[in-house]
Design a protein around this ligand. Structure first.
Ligand code: NAI
Length: 245
């Protein structure tokens, strides 16, 4: 029987690359996002072992029903990848409370909410894997992304707390901290800010942006049996950015 993975934000960028890698590894994938046309297009690319569910994860009340519908259709959830995320690049003094809350809600609270619902199912199955996606922003002080930074630092703390609490239930919880990966999100943040882009490249020993597929390879490892004794880790996939001089 194929394993079933739910990947939030799976219609683009890193999430889509993870979906492709999982399918190549014989895992059935359900991608979750807001844009039905984009989800359908992604599923056409992914093929018959994919399905999608349209949901705005910022609407927390919709999450339990979404998880139940996935269970009704696919029978189980073995893997959850909390990948959906949004960024807001703005000086801290100009960020409104509503803007701040929206980022925290999307990047962190919704990940908690869906993890709680899915962990309940994994508890019954007596096994499962949750993989969160944080960011270099949680490691060092990146200016002009205050809410994003707070949300991603919270994702890493939540990873450790969940890992400890869910380990006795047979559930492993890990996190990938991607460095700067070439996607729409990073293009928006870097392409019109050459100073920032140069700084990123200068402190990345490998001297380039990463590819979504490079994050996907690490994701596949962390949810596989090869990682059966690994829980609670935050794995940088960053070309050395986090230790760059
Ligand atoms: P992306 O913008 O292509 O992907 C984000 C996905 O999340 C999109 O498919 C979007 O529709 C979905 N999403 C956003 N808000 C949502 C909501 N309320 N409900 C449902 N889906 C929602 O960007 P990328 O780069 O692939 O980002 C994926 C993850 O990787 C994000 O969590 C991001 O913070 C993280 N990341 C990306 C880095 C990069 O350099 N690209 C670096 C570090 C972390």
């Amino acid at each position: 029987m194929k394993k079933v993975a739910v990947i939030t934000g799976g219609a683009s960028g890193i999430g889509l690359a993870i979906a492709k890698r999982f399918i190549a590894g014989s895992i059935k994938v359900i991608i979750v996002g807001r844009d039905i046309a984009r989800l359908k297009a992604a599923c056409r690319t992914l093929g018959e072992n994919s399905d999608f569910f349209s949901c705005d994860l910022a609407d927390l009340h919709a999450i339990p029903a979404m998880v139940q519908t996935i269970i009704d259709r696919h029978g189980r959830i073995d893997i959850l990848v909390n990948n959906a995320g949004i960024n807001l690049k703005k000086p801290m003094l100009e960020v409104t409370d509503d803007e701040y809350q929206k980022i925290i809600l999307t990047n962190q609270t919704s990940a908690f909410c869906i993890s709680r619902a899915v962990a309940g199912i994994m508890k019954e199955q007596e096994e499962g894997c949750i993989l969160n996606i944080s960011s270099m922003a949680s490691i060092y002080g990146l200016p002009n992304v205050i809410a994003y930074t707070a949300s991603k630092a919270a994702v890493e703390g939540m990873t450790r707390s969940m890992a400890v609490e869910l380990a006795p239930l047979g559930i492993r919880v890990n996190c990938i901290a991607p460095g700067f990966i070439r996607t729409n999100m990073s293009s928006v943040a870097l392409d019109n800010d050459p100073g920032r882009k140069n700084r990123v490249l200068a402190r990345t020993p490998m001297g380039r942006l990463g590819k979504p597929e490079e994050v996907a390879g690490a994701a596949y490892f962390l949810v596989s049996e090869e990682a059966s004794f690994i829980t609670g880790v935050v794995l940088p996939v960053d070309g050395g950015n986090s230790i760059g001089f």
